[in-house]
Design a binder for this molecule. Sequence first.
Ligand SMILES: CC(C)(COP(=O)(O)OP(=O)(O)OC[C@H]1O[C@@H](n2cnc3c(N)ncnc32)[C@H](O)[C@@H]1OP(=O)(O)O)[C@@H](O)C(=O)NCCC(=O)NCCS
Length: 123
Amino acid sequence: MELPCNSSRIINIGKLFRAYSLIAWRGGAGKKKCAAYLRVVFPGKKFSEPSIGRVLVMPEFRKAGLGKKLTAEAIGHIAKEYPNTAIRISAQQHLEQFYSKFGFKTVSKPYKEDGIPHIEMLR
Ligand SMILES: CC(C)(COP(=O)(O)OP(=O)(O)OC[C@H]1O[C@@H](n2cnc3c(N)ncnc32)[C@H](O)[C@@H]1OP(=O)(O)O)[C@@H](O)C(=O)NCCC(=O)NCCS
């Protein structure tokens, strides 16, 4: 669900909803396409801390910096909405390096989520 990105409204909406989405669009009028997507999950929903999930860049837009850009944007949103609050994520294990470059540290042993090895990371 896409929600307006205004901090005070987001905090209030968070009491009712689970998350909001950031979406990167590419292409002009009539050809607009979702290129990348992620969710910012409100604290107290998946974890007690705010979280980032469902990070996805469509195959044709990968390896061009979009995943990093959207993740950085999500971290920026959370820092503004919840200053001085940790962010906890459940990351696919093979992306440990990807998230560690944003300052996330691994805080769990690997576990399976939807059959895929994951790790919890904290920033
Ligand atoms: C992972 C994903 C979001 C990366 O998006 P992207 O736009 O291709 O990545 P960027 O171009 O912004 O970043 C590239 C960096 O990520 C790393 N990376 C990208 N895909 C990777 C993968 N499958 N495994 C390990 N590292 C990967 C690259 O090595 C590169 O690192 P560098 O900056 O040190 O050179 C994208 O491949 C994707 O949507 N994958 C499928 C869904 C998924 O696994 N989501 C993550 C859920 S936790």
